[in-house]
Design a protein around this ligand. Structure first.
Ligand SMILES: Nc1ncnc2c1ncn2[C@@H]1O[C@H](COP(=O)(O)OP(=O)(O)OP(=O)(O)O)[C@@H](O)[C@H]1O
Length: 701
């Protein structure tokens, strides 16, 4: 990092140096500067207190703690010239969560991965403080810093221990100093903001409420409880937070004296997937509880967070709704549990679900691994058509060109820039999302065609094999039957009638398989899709998502210009930036509402033309595979039943041979003629019998 330290405003202490121009942030009690270690050049944060006093409590608490999710105190030093104390802490290079949420990109809250990182790091930090019996008492996005590591990952750290206290779980505290208006627990609010002391003391659990508010804001970009007058409406705020029903996670008044709109779910604009919202909402509701008797304990909170973080995300593309779903599975959960989770999110009951992974229809208990780019596909067994999603174009307040020459436009321009920024990012996200959906539809078509191709190739081969086997078995059965007819050998003859049925069944299945084999393997079903989709533009050629990315970058540069340029000294640049923003927004709107909508609509239309026959064949595969396996089992049974027949008969013939040999031996040894004649008689009968058998056997084979 290059530190911009100017000669003009330059402060130093024994080991550190900082410039008054490099302000990292300003709080109620302090200003924090970017500084550097004189010897090593390492960047640090230098916190100077507005009253120039050393905050002993903050120092004492910070001195004792060391955890990766809590900012590290390096030392305390005194400014060389004016002798005021400064706290030197590690520098967090990635802005505070409050700062991040103020940027238009995150106006609707953080994305899924970032949210989970905040949840994990914030909980780990709070857990560590709990283990050391410290209540922070000012948890809010402004006091959570992001540190970006070299590999691009982020670590979130708690800062600002100005209001922290050493407290045990059962401790109650009376207080006048407290955290920040929007984030404080109702009990603390009543005391510190309304100044009323008629109830019992506060408990360390006040932190849980602030965590709830923080998590809501990180998930949505907004604070959950908001009276129309904002901070001024103190009594109304108190009413909102204390009168909310169980399970309610937000309460907002949109008009003066208007109704308070309570909600138990996260708003539609929230960036988190439905699957994550379903498990995070009860967590937030458990924390936003005004009654100390009902609020979750820290242990419950830690347990529930661990439970959420241990879940495995399964990415599913729900084809009929053209939407990506995230299902959060517990570590030991199976495909059956996944189907239930999918039912919760899609109302498609498990029997109607067909899950298709890259290579096959998913069956059994194991859940295949997925990614966003390679999800599992959820197909309905009953609905064929996919519904073309409708897009509502985000709105924004355009800059008014009349105010270009007005010197008081900075503030309104700032709000319009925020509104434009939010709309710009929303449009980009929608374009990227729809392009991704299109890519997934194309991928699915490819996967399905390949799957059909492979399946029918294998099935046809197996069917031919089974047919050959049946022929062989039929021949063997006939042979045995003949053998039995010429000898007196009796056995449990296998029913030929049964086998006749098996034979005709296997013929029927083989014929169906052969037809589908010709359709998919010989004629190549992709031809059909290629014909139907002939005039569609592939997402890889339109590259609407890349164009949207580029426009968003240009747009962000102009937003930065608006912030940076001095209206008075760089008037032209300022106005150009505003015009550019307007133009880029119009371009994004055109891509979204015309190009994306048209392509998407056409693709869905063509898919709906192609898919029904594919769906029928997909279902046929399942039925055919089942029927085929059934026949195979029956053939096997028949084969096994023939075995003893063949075996016994072989033994019977062998026995005859042995007896013939014995008779011959006997004959050569016998001296007595009578005996000899008797023996000859017997030999003759045996030989005739034996000959008859062999003649027949030879004739048959
Ligand atoms: N270690 C740090 N690295 C980078 N920036 C920091 C660091 N510590 C503080 N800041 C910035 O300075 C701002 C004010 O810091 P801090 O919250 O500690 O001051 P405060 O006066 O106690 O604030 P308040 O009481 O109003 O919450 C933070 O919001 C953040 O933007």
């Amino acid at each position: 990092m290059i530190l911009k330290i100017t000669k003009m405003a330059f402060n130093k202490s024994e080991n550190y140096v900082w410039s008054a121009r490099n302000v990292l942030g300003t709080g109620a009690t302090s200003v924090v500067y970017l500084g550097t270690n004189k010897l090593t050049g390492d960047p640090v944060a230098v916190k100077r207190f507005k009253n120039n006093q050393l905050p002993l409590r903050e120092f004492q608490i910070l001195r004792k703690i060391e955890h990766k999710n809590v900012v590290k105190l390096l030392t305390i030093e005194y400014e060389t010239l004016e002798n005021f104390p400064v706290l030197i802490t590690e520098f967090c290079n990635g802005n505070s969560l409050a700062g991040i949420l103020q940027s238009p990109k995150y106006a609707c809250g953080l994305g899924e991965q970032d949210f989970l990182s905040v949840l994990s790091d914030l909980t780990a930090g709070i857990k560590y403080l709990r283990e050391n019996q410290i209540a922070h008492r000012d948890v809010k996005p402004g006091n959570i810093m992001r540190c970006l590591k070299d590999d691009g990952t982020a670590v979130y750290k708690l800062i600002d221990f100005g209001t922290a206290r050493q407290l045990k779980e059962e401790d109650q505290f009376e207080t006048l100093d407290c955290g920040t208006f929007e984030y404080v627990h109702p009990a603390l609010y009543k005391r510190a903001i309304l100044g009323e002391f008629d109830t019992g003391g506060c408990r360390p659990a006040v932190d849980l409420w602030s965590i709830g508010v923080t998590l809501y804001q990180v998930a949505t970009g907004r604070i959950p409880f908001n009276p129309f007058g904002g901070r001024g409406a103190k009594t109304l705020m108190y009413k909102i937070i204390t009168e909310k029903a169980d399970g309610v996670i937000s309460g907002v008044q949109n008009t003066p004296n208007g109704p308070i709109i309570y909600n138990s779910t996260l708003p539609e604009s929230c960036q988190l997937s439905n699957g994550l919202q379903k498990i995070v909402t009860p967590l937030i509701a458990g924390l936003l509880e005004p009654d100390f008797a009902k609020i979750w304990s820290f242990e419950t909170f830690f347990y529930e967070v661990d439970e959420i973080l241990s879940r495995k995300v399964v990415n599913i593309f729900y084809v009929q709704n053209v939407s990506l779903i995230n299902a959060y599975l517990k570590p030991n959960e199976t495909l059956t549990d996944l189907r239930k989770l999918l039912y919760d999110q899609t109302e498609l009951s498990p029997e109607k679900q067909m899950l298709f992974s890259r290579s096959a229809i998913v069956t059994g208990v194991d859940v295949p691994s997925t990614t966003k780019k390679d999800p599992m596909y959820l197909l309905s067994r009953v609905d064929t058509a996919i519904i073309t999603p409708q897009i509502t174009c985000p709105q924004w307040n355009g800059f008014d060109s009349k105010t270009d020459m007005d010197r008081n436009v900075h503030k309104p321009d700032f709000h319009k820039a925020m509104s434009s920024g939010t709309a710009g990012y929303q449009m980009e996200r929608l374009i990227v999302k729809h392009c991704q959906q299109e890519k997934l539809i194309y991928k699915l078509i490819n996967h399905l065609s390949n799957f059909m191709n492979r399946t029918f190739e294998t099935l046809d081969y197996r069917a031919q094999h089974l047919r050959d086997k049946c022929k062989l078995l039929s021949f063997t059965a006939d042979f045995i039957k003949h053998c039995l007819e010429v000898t007196n050998y009796s056995t449990t003859t296998t029913s030929r009638k049964d086998f006749q049925r098996i034979l005709s069944e296997s013929d029927r299945i083989s014929q169906t398989i052969a037809k589908l084999h010709d359709k998919y393997v010989i004629n190549n079903s992709n031809k059909e899709w290629n014909r139907i989709s002939a005039n569609l533009k592939l997402p890889t050629t339109t590259r609407l998502d890349t164009r949207a990315n580029v426009l968003r970058e240009q747009f962000q540069q102009n937003l930065d210009c608006l912030k940076k340029f001095d209206y008075f000294n760089a008037h032209t640049e300022y106005i150009i930036a505003k015009r550019q923003i307007e133009q880029i927004l119009q371009k994004l709107k055109h891509i979204l509402m015309s190009e994306v909508m048209t392509e998407h609509g056409l693709l869905c239309e063509r898919f709906n033309e192609w898919y029904p026959s594919m769906q029928v064949d997909l279902l046929k595969i399942e039925i055919l595979t089942n029927d085929f396996d059934e026949i195979r089992r029956e053939v096997q049974k028949f084969e096994h039943a023939l075995e003893p027949d063949q075996q016994h008969y072989k033994e019977y013939v062998n026995d005859l041979k042995i007896r013939g040999q014995q008779t011959y031996n006997l004959m050569s040894r016998r001296k007595n003629l009578n005996e000899l004649l008797k023996e000859n008689q017997k030999i003759l009968t045996d030989w005739n019998e034996l000959l008859g058998i062999f003649k027949n056997t030879v004739a048959i084979t």
